[in-house]
Design a protein around this ligand. Structure first.
Ligand SMILES: NC(=O)C1=CN([C@@H]2O[C@H](COP(=O)(O)OP(=O)(O)OC[C@H]3O[C@@H](n4cnc5c(N)ncnc54)[C@H](O)[C@@H]3O)[C@@H](O)[C@H]2O)[C@@H](O)CC1
Length: 492
């Protein structure tokens, strides 16, 4: 399923109605699913206030409020931009169902301090251009509360003021921590230029509102992607889970190799082995997780003789002798198994000319990507990823606030999970290890990279829920299992 434009979404909506679903039924399904999704995503919060305009987007928000109150016991409130006689007819009936006894048009006196979610139901896909009054005032109020009082802002379908087709962020737009897109992903919201207004993304499934058309952009989320979900057979064993070889670490950067190995274990790797140069082994051995093996290896070509199902290469390799570099390049060229290249492995590739193919998964952050493909500087992230994979057969996972996963000949994918709280050292190493485990388990490179990005992003979200604003790589690692379970069960 693809990301759609507003006109495509309207056609999907009309087709659903032609099949017998009424607007009211669609709104009820959307709003109820939205309420469940918000409660599931913010289990430590129990108060929501909806900021509403006068269209059906506001109707979704009101239904979600009812669900949060009735099913989850949340306290709820409404801040309405317009008097009730201006509301869309379908909204009026939703208000009655809420049983709220507050003057809706007046600002609410809210006690801040405990966690509160503000639900942005000002505008949905009926939006035209920049916000106009009285919505500007509402959006400013939400912004002030977010910036000064630490409330979380979630948007229904799109952050009000952001163009759902182009991703243009108009003046006075709502800044969301998370946007719950109704039925289908909206094309413009996936643009990297909109990321700071859109925040993390989630797709709210609504029966009858899915897109089948081909498109040039997809969202990575468990509602529409099916890899990585097959349950393990009861007689599963570590051989089937796969052997992950990690070529990483140095005396100076031992932590990178250890976090990569941790990721490979947490991601479900059956046997995880670090192959490190002798000079790095002492530092590694003293902190090695019990589940990880360490082998001294000063010649990477020896890995070609070992039994393994995937290789992760690069984290913390640091300075290398030219012999060791040559060995790495031989391994990159000749290994028959999937090989993920990160960090110093990528820096090496940026200096040497190596022909890559679909066995190779590259996971650069923006700085590494710039070194790898300096000629693409100045292009948007999407354009750069497209051009890079048009000329390279390798799979590209371009890290960032909106991680992109691209492969020659496939629809580009954009990740939906993550949090600014995971912006710290080691998260990339963890992602490399987790993805390496998926590769060793037999998932294709394109899907393994997509799943790795999603799982690590959601694991960090879960860790932030628990720990506060920040998740360190080891805290993210603790949540990998829970994130994998959520992927399988479509719980985010
Ligand atoms: N598309 C679908 O199939 C479904 C849509 N639903 C929800 O309905 C939403 C769309 O609802 P509507 O079509 O009622 O549209 P909106 O809820 O986006 O609101 C449209 C209203 O806002 C006003 N408006 C437009 N641009 C403005 C601006 N820049 N400043 C101030 N006011 C502005 C318009 O005059 C109109 O009164 C979706 O985003 C979604 O949340 C759901 O209820 C389920 C089904």
């Amino acid at each position: 399923m693809a990301a759609v434009t507003v006109s495509q979404m309207r056609k999907i909506e009309s087709a659903a109605m032609a099949r017998g679903l009424s607007e009211a039924e669609l709104m009820t399904m959307a709003g109820e699913a939205l309420g469940h999704a918000i409660a599931n995503r913010f289990p430590h919060i129990s108060c929501a206030i909806a900021y509403i305009g006068k269209g059906h987007n506001a109707g979704d928000a009101l239904i979600a409020l009812r669900v949060l109150a009735e099913e989850f016991g949340w306290q709820i409130g409404v801040r309405a931009a317009y008097p009730q006689d201006q509301w869309a007819t379908l909204m009026q009936s939703q208000r009655e169902g809420l049983g709220l006894d507050v003057p809706l048009e007046k600002p609410l006196k809210i006690q801040l301090g405990s966690g509160i979610v503000l639900i942005d139901g000002l505008l949905g896909i009926g939006a035209r251009g920049a916000l106009k009054e009285p919505l500007v005032e509402m959006a400013r109020e939400m912004r002030t509360l977010r910036e000064r009082c630490g409330v979380v802002v979630v948007s229904v379908d799109l952050p009000s003021g952001v163009d759902p087709d182009s991703g243009e962020v108009h003046a006075d737009s709502v800044t969301a921590d998370m946007t719950f897109m109704i039925g289908c992903a909206k094309r413009g919201l996936l643009a990297s230029t909109a990321v700071n207004a859109v925040g993390a993304l989630a797709l709210v499934e609504v029966e009858g509102l899915s897109a089948d058309e081909e498109c040039d952009l997809d969202i990575i989320c468990p509602q529409i992607m099916h890899f990585g979900k097959h349950p393990r057979e009861f007689d599963f064993h570590k051989g089937k889970a796969g052997r992950v070889a990690i070529v990483a670490g140095s005396a100076e950067f031992s932590g990178a190799a250890l976090i990569t190995a941790l990721g490979a274990i947490r991601g479900g790797g059956g046997l995880v082995t670090i192959y490190a140069r002798e000079a790095a082994c002492a530092a590694l051995r003293s902190r090695l997780p019990l589940e990880v093996m360490l082998k001294s290896c000063d010649d990477p070509r020896l890995l070609l003789l070992e039994k393994m199902d995937a290789i992760v290469l690069g984290p913390g390799l640091g300075e290398m002798t030219s012999e060791y570099e040559d060995g790495i390049l031989t391994l990159v060229r000749e290994t028959p198994v999937p090989l993920l290249i990160d960090a110093d492995g990528l820096n090496l590739l940026s200096r040497k000319n190596v022909k890559l193919d679909a066995r190779h998964v590259l996971t650069p952050h923006p700085g590494e990507f710039k070194r790898l493909a300096p000629e693409l500087e100045g292009l948007s992230r999407e354009e750069a990823a497209h051009k890079f994979t048009a000329e390279n057969e390798a799979i590209l996972l371009l890290k960032g606030g909106r991680t992109i996963v691209a492969q020659n000949g496939s629809t580009m994918r954009v990740n939906s999970t993550g949090t600014p709280g995971m912006s710290n050292g080691g998260q990339g190493d963890l992602l490399a290890g987790v993805t390496g485990a998926f590769l060793a388990g037999g998932i294709t490179g394109f899907d393994a990279a997509s799943l790795g990005a999603w799982v690590c992003g959601y694991a960090a979200e879960l860790a932030v829920n628990e720990n506060g604003e920040i998740s360190t790589a080891t805290q993210t690692a603790e949540k990998i299992g829970a994130a994998l379970a959520a992927w399988r069960r479509k719980l985010r």
